[in-house]
Design a protein around this ligand. Structure first.
Ligand code: PMP
Length: 428
């Protein structure tokens, strides 16, 4: 089939008629499918049921250093968990704080602390007239939700396959001391699946922010979430790079086991410099006597070490790789020649990012919904939920079964064709 824009008005009208008939068939199927959130599917969760056996009522809940995990204490996490998570994050165990189950919660908390009490003696952000935040787009809606909640002015920064536009980032942070942070998902990003290039990571580590309390929020949520054994992205380790660049305190790095074990009850962590850590611990001592050490120990016993975790991630990949590939095949087969959209083909992570023709995303998502397929809301990948081009749609292929995904992805391509054809026809 030729590209829609090369079709005559008559050809396009007949295509639209056919697509509408096909769409009506889907509406008659009363589907109830969901490609909206990046959740592991049941088979993925089943991989971690061994966690339930890792500890039982006979288990020895003493750590190697004699800490009794059942009791209070050990604010920043048990040593064996720091070693395991340190290996996962490629950081020294001494630079790690282990928290509760959610890294998003840690990001929120980190901003809340800066807001009420300030970072390392700097003025609390609540006392400033204005706080601004850089938001690489497309990005993660829940990141933007946090900075919107605190009333920060969010500035979108375009990204390409190498990461954010660093000319723009460098210029903005060096000129404006109201800019206090940037959201980054540096590896297998949500939603594009891209990983930052070496040059981008090096430039991040060498930023010269006007604000002394500017921090990079480096959310490495998908650090070991490869889809392929033989084709993996590698990332320069940011903490070490910041140290090399003479900027040791520039970054807070986050991760969790949410998409390794259970999103509802994994463990979350931050890696950061000793100065930042001392600053954070001052507040933590007021917040809690310690997080869930039994869960930390359970994870350590379940995995043994990083090799156990890497092996475990291969099993995840075996479950979700066919889903990614199926969606990519359906996109290619049904849209490849039509010139109505482009999409990413990630080597890891949880998402495919789709760019429709300008002005079409909202309608595509609405058409999907009317036929029973829920997509992430159009606009969600932009600050304030406003995609100025109304073009980007996040596709989350992991949760549905392969059979459901096939129907959902096919319907998505049908809606994309229909909305695009109608739009081009109207413009003729
Ligand atoms: N960061 C990113 C980039 C994510 O995609 C997600 C989950 N969708 C999270 C953080 C949430 O992490 P957690 O479960 O550790 O709160």
């Amino acid at each position: 089939m030729k590209p829609y824009r090369e079709m005559s008005k008559e050809e396009l009208a007949s295509e639209i008629e056919q697509l509408r008939a096909e769409y009506r068939k889907y509406q008659g199927m009363e589907l109830n499918l969901n490609m909206s959130r990046g959740k592991p599917c049941k088979e993925q969760l089943d991989l971690s049921m061994g966690l339930m056996d890792a500890l039982n009522s006979d288990a020895d809940l003493m750590c190697e250093d004699g800490t009794d995990c059942r009791n209070y204490g050990v604010l920043t996490g048990i040593q064996e968990a720091k070693v395991l998570i340190g290996d996962m994050m490629e950081n020294n165990p001494d630079d790690i704080i282990i928290y509760g189950n959610s890294s998003l919660n840690v990001m929120y908390d980190t901003i809340a602390r800066a807001y009420t009490h300030g970072i390392m003696g700097n003025k609390p952000w609540c006392k400033l007239d204005k706080v601004k935040w850089l938001c690489p787009v497309p990005g993660y809606d829940r990141h933007f939700g946090i900075t919107e909640y605190f009333g920060f002015e969010m500035i979108p920064v375009p990204t390409d396959e190498n990461g954010p536009d660093m000319d723009m980032v460098e210029k903005l942070v060096s000129e404006d001391d109201a800019i206090k942070g940037i959201w980054c998902v540096p590896k297998y990003a949500n939603p594009s699946g891209i990983s930052y290039s070496d040059d981008v990571v090096r430039r991040f580590a060498r930023l010269k922010p006007a604000a002394k309390d500017f921090r990079i929020f480096w959310d490495n949520a998908y650090g070991i979430h490869h889809l392929y054994d033989d084709r993996q992205d590698y990332l320069i380790e940011i903490l070490a790079e910041c140290k090399r660049a003479g900027n040791p305190d520039l970054v807070y790095k986050f991760a969790s086991t949410s998409k390794i074990t259970f999103p509802g009850s994994g463990i979350a962590a931050m890696a950061t410099s000793p100065n930042n850590m001392a600053d954070i611990v001052k507040t933590m001592t007021r917040q809690t006597i310690g997080h869930d050490k039994v869960n930390q120990l359970r994870h350590v016993r379940f995995f043994g070490d990083i090799h156990g975790m890497v092996e475990h991630m291969r099993k995840h990949a075996d479950i979700i790789r066919p889903k990614f590939e199926m969606v990519e095949d359906i996109l290619q087969e049904n849209l490849g020649e039509l010139g109505v959209g482009s999409w990413t083909v990630p080597k890891g992570g949880y998402f495919i990012s789709f760019d429709a023709l300008e002005g079409c995303a909202k309608d595509i998502v609405a058409y999907c919904k009317k036929a029973g397929v829920e997509m992430t809301g159009a606009g969600a990948t932009w600050p304030y939920g406003k995609d100025p081009k109304d073009s980007n749609i996040r596709i989350a292929p992991t949760y549905p079964s392969l059979a459901d995904l096939k129907i959902a992805a096919t319907l998505f391509t049908l809606c994309t064709r229909l909305v695009s054809a109608q739009k081009i026809y109207e413009e003729m």
